[in-house]
Design a binder for this molecule. Structure first.
Ligand SMILES: [Cu+2]
Length: 664
C-alpha cells in the first residue's frame, strides 16, 4: 500500500474511532445497555485497529505519526482504558440484570475517550508535524475541560434515576468527590492552557543551519550587486526584448475570448530564444497591472539579482515602472519565464512565456536539438478550464514529413500536474527541466507525469502515420503531427488513461555526478502539510512547511560550496511541486529507494501525498533564494521559505511580496 493510501486509511480508522466512542457514550446515556456494550466493544476494536495503522505508518517515517504516537494515541489509550474499566464493568453487570450500566464515572470516561479521539484527529489536521509542547498542553486542557463539562451536563440525568445503584456511593459522597474531581480537573485544564499559551509566544527560530556552521560575521554582499554579465560570450550576440505587462482581451483560435494579463498583449508572452553564450537582455515594463510584476526565469540559474522575486531580489515593477534583466544564456534547454509577484494570480492570468536556449558548438549541436527539423515549444496552460497549448485551444495540427526528427518541448505552466501521452511513435525523453538525460531509452505506450513548472523534451522520428500529443487524456485536443497529405480523420486516439506511468527515477543510464550526494554538509527536512499557522501576519488554514507558514518558516542557511541535502516529506493529501530557485537539484531517492537511472537534475519535483524525496545540490550560486511549492496558490497560502547564503543580504525588505498590497 502506498503511504498516501495508508494516510487516508488511518484518517478513516481514526474517524470511525471517534464515531464509535461517541456512539458508546450516547447509548450509555440513553440506557440502551446492549447497544452501549456493542458500541464500547466497537470503540475498543477500532482503537486497536488504529494502533495498527499508526504502526504501519510509522514504518514509512516518523514525520507521518509523531503527533499520533506522542499525543493522540496515549491520550486515547489512557481515557479508553479508564472507560473500559468503569463503563465496561458496569455494562457487563447490567447485562446480568443488575442496573442499567450507566454511572456517572462510566459515562464521563467514555465521553472523555471520545473527546481524546476527536482531539487527536483535530491535532493531526490543524497542527500536524512537528508536535509542539504548546499544542500538546492545549489539547490535554481541552479534553479535561470537555470531561468536566460532561460531568455537569450528564450528572443530573444519570443520578435522577433510581436504579443507577450499582456504583452509587453512600449518601453525600458523590457530591464531595465530584467537587474534588471538578477542582482538580479544572486546575489541570487551566494550568495546561496557561503554559501552552505562554509557550506559543516564545520567539521561533528564524534560521536553521541544517547541521552546518552558523552565520559568520562576514561582511554582507547585497543581492542588488549580484547581477548578470553585461556582454555575450565570444561569438555570441545580444538578444534584446521588451516585455510590457498589460491587461488585454485575447481571442483564441476557437473564437473564445479570455480576459488575460499579458506580456505585449500576447498569451503566452513573446518566445525568447537564444544560442548558448548569447546575452539575454529583457526590459520589463508595466502598463496597468496595479499590483506590480517581475520576471522570474524558471529553472534558469541566473545570478540572484536577476531572479525576479519582489521584496527579495528587487522591488516589484509598478505601473509606469521598468526593470532590465541581463544574463548570459549559459544553460542549454527548455525553460520559461513568469511574473513572481502574486504569481498565483498573475501567472494564472497569463503573465508567462517560454525561454529556449540552443547549443552553439557544431559537434554538440549535431547530437542536440539544432539537429531536429521540427522543433515545437509547447507551453500548456489552463484558462478557466480551457487548455491552451502554445496559445491555441482545441486541436492544433503540424505537418511533419516521415523520417523528420521531431522535438516537442513541453512546459507545464499550470499549478497542477499534467498527464502527457505521445501516441503513434516510440520516443525518448531527451531532457527534463532543460537538462539532458544520459542514454534515455526509447519508450512507447507510457504516460508522463509532468509537475507544475516542469519541462520535458520528447524526441522521435516521424513515422509515416500521424502522431498525437494528448494532455490529460483529452483526446479531442492536444497537438497532432501529420505527414503531408494525411487527412485529419486518420488520427484515432485510444483511451490513454490506463497507460502506465514512466518512472524517470529508473529511466536512462547512470553517469558520474560532480559531488557525492549522500555526503552532505547540510541537511534540511521539509515536512509539507496543511494546518493552522500565521501567513503574512494573519492566522490561516495554511499550506505549511514544518508546521509554519511564510514568512515564519526559518530560513535555511548555506555557505558557498556546501553540498546540501533536502528531505521533502508530504504528509498531506495534495501534491506539492517543490521548486528551489537558482539551482537544479539531483534526485537522490524517493521513499528511500535510490534513483537508479540517468542522473536526474530538476528544478521542480512533484512530492505526491505520502511521498518522501531526497535531493541534493551544490551551493554554487550565492544569493537569497525562494524555496517553495510551485502550486502557486499553495505558495500564497504559506508554503514558501528562503534559502540564504552566508554573507548575502537584501535591501528590499527580505520577505517575498506575494500577497496583494505587500510591495508596490
Ligand atoms: Cu503545494
Amino acid at each position: 500500500m502506498t503511504t498516501g493510501l495508508l494516510i487516508v486509511l488511518d484518517h478513516v480508522v481514526a474517524l470511525l474511532g471517534v464515531a464509535a466512542w461517541f456512539a458508546a457514550g450516547a447509548t450509555l446515556v440513553l440506557r440502551r445497555t446492549r447497544l452501549a456494550l456493542a458500541g464500547l466493544v466497537a470503540a475498543v476494536l477500532v482503537t486497536l485497529a488504529r494502533v495498527g495503522t499508526v504502526a504501519m505508518l510509522a514504518g514509512r517515517g516518523w514525520w507521518f505519526v509523531q503527533e499520533k504516537v506522542l499525543l493522540g494515541l496515549p491520550m486515547l489509550g489512557a481515557a479508553g482504558a479508564v472507560a473500559v474499566l468503569l463503563a465496561g464493568r458496569q455494562l457487563l453487570t447490567a447485562r446480568r440484570g443488575r442496573g442499567d450500566g450507566a454511572s456517572l464515572g462510566g459515562v464521563v470516561s467514555v465521553f472523555t475517550a471520545a473527546y481524546a479521539a476527536l482531539a487527536g484527529l483535530v491535532v493531526t489536521f490543524l497542527a500536524g508535524y512537528p508536535l509542539t509542547v504548546s499544542t500538546a498542553l492545549f489539547t490535554i486542557s481541552l479534553v479535561c475541560a470537555g470531561a468536566l463539562l460532561t460531568v455537569r451536563v450528564v450528572a443530573p440525568a444519570v443520578e435522577n434515576t433510581a436504579d443507577v445503584g450499582v456504583t452509587r456511593a453512600p449518601e453525600g459522597r458523590p457530591i464531595s468527590r465530584r467537587r474534588f474531581i471538578g477542582w482538580a480537573g479544572g486546575a489541570v485544564a487551566v494550568t495546561a492552557a496557561g503554559i501552552g499559551t505562554g509557550l506559543s509566544f516564545l520567539p521561533a527560530e528564524s534560521m536553521t543551519s541544517g547541521g552546518g556552521r552558523g552565520r559568520s560575521s562576514r561582511a554582507a554582499v547585497s543581492v542588488a550587486d549580484l547581477r548578470g554579465a553585461d556582454s555575450p560570450a565570444p561569438g555570441g550576440t545580444v538578444r534584446r526584448q521588451v516585455l510590457t505587462a498589460k491587461k488585454a482581451t485575447v481571442r483564441l483560435p476557437s473564437g473564445r475570448e479570455i480576459d488575460a494579463w499579458t506580456f505585449n498583449g500576447e498569451v503566452p508572452g513573446p518566445a525568447i530564444t537564444a544560442t548558448e553564450g548569447d546575452l539575454i537582455e529583457v526590459r520589463l515594463r508595466n502598463d496597468d497591472i496595479e499590483d506590480g510584476v517581475t520576471l522570474h526565469w524558471h529553472g534558469y540559474d541566473v545570478p540572484c539579482g536577476e531572479d525576479g522575486v519582489p521584496g527579495l531580489t528587487q522591488m516589484a515593477v509598478g505601473p509606469g515602472g521598468e526593470f532590465v534583466y541581463r544574463f548570459r544564456a549559459e544553460q542549454v534547454g527548455t525553460y520559461w519565464y513568469h511574473t513572481h509577484y502574486a504569481s498565483h494570480v498573475g501567472v494564472h492570468k497569463g503573465l508567462y512565456g517560454t525561454l529556449v536556449v540552443k547549443p552553439r558548438d557544431g559537434q554538440r549541436a549535431d547530437e542536440h536539438s539544432a539537429a531536429e527539423q521540427v522543433d515545437l515549444t509547447l507551453p500548456v496552460h489552463t484558462f478557466n478550464g480551457t487548455v491552451v497549448i502554445a496559445g491555441r485551444d482545441g486541436r492544433t495540427e503540424h505537418p511533419a514529413p516521415p523520417g523528420t526528427s521531431v522535438r516537442l518541448r513541453l512546459i507545464n505552466t499550470d499549478s497542477d500536474p499534467h498527464r502527457i501521452v505521445l501516441a503513434g511513435a516510440p520516443f525518448r525523453v531527451a531532457a527534463v527541466d532543460g537538462r539532458d538525460l544520459n542514454q534515455p531509452g526509447e519508450v512507447r505506450d507510457v504516460a508522463l507525469h509532468q509537475p507544475a513548472g516542469g519541462r520535458y523534451d520528447l524526441v522521435f522520428l516521424m513515422p509515416d502515420t500521424p502522431v498525437a500529443l494528448v494532455v490529460d487524456n483529452a483526446r479531442d485536443g492536444g497537438v497532432r503531427l501529420r505527414p503531408p497529405g494525411g487527412t485529419p480523420t486518420e488520427t484515432r486516439i485510444e483511451d490513454t488513461s490506463d497507460l502506465p506511468e514512466l518512472d524517470l527515477l529508473r529511466y536512462g543510464a547512470p553517469a558520474a555526478v560532480p559531488f557525492a550526494p549522500r555526503r552532505a554538509d547540510r541537511h534540511f527536512t521539509m515536512v509539507l502539510d496543511r494546518g493552522v499557522a500565521m501567513v503574512d501576519g494573519r492566522p490561516a488554514f495554511a499550506q505549511t512547511v514544518n508546521g509554519r507558514g511564510h514568512p515564519s518558516i526559518p530560513d535555511q542557511l548555506v555557505a558557498e560550496g556546501d553540498v546540501v541535502q533536502f528531505t521533502v516529506v508530504n504528509r498531506g493529501l495534495e501534491t506539492h511541486p517543490w521548486h528551489l530557485h537558482g539551482h537544479s537539484v539531483l534526485i537522490v531517492s524517493r521513499d528511500g529507494k535510490p534513483s537508479t537511472g540517468s542522473p536526474l537534475w530538476v528544478d521542480t519535483f512533484d512530492v505526491r501525498p505520502g511521498e518522501t524525496w531526497m535531493v541534493a545540490f551544490r551551493a554554487t550560486n550565492p544569493g537569497i533564494w525562494m524555496n517553495h511549492c510551485h502550486n502557486l496558490p499553495h505558495a500564497d497560502q504559506g508554503m514558501m521559505l528562503r534559502l540564504q547564503y552566508d554573507g548575502v543580504a537584501t535591501p528590499y525588505g527580505g520577505s517575498h511580496g506575494g500577497s496583494a498590497g505587500h510591495v508596490h
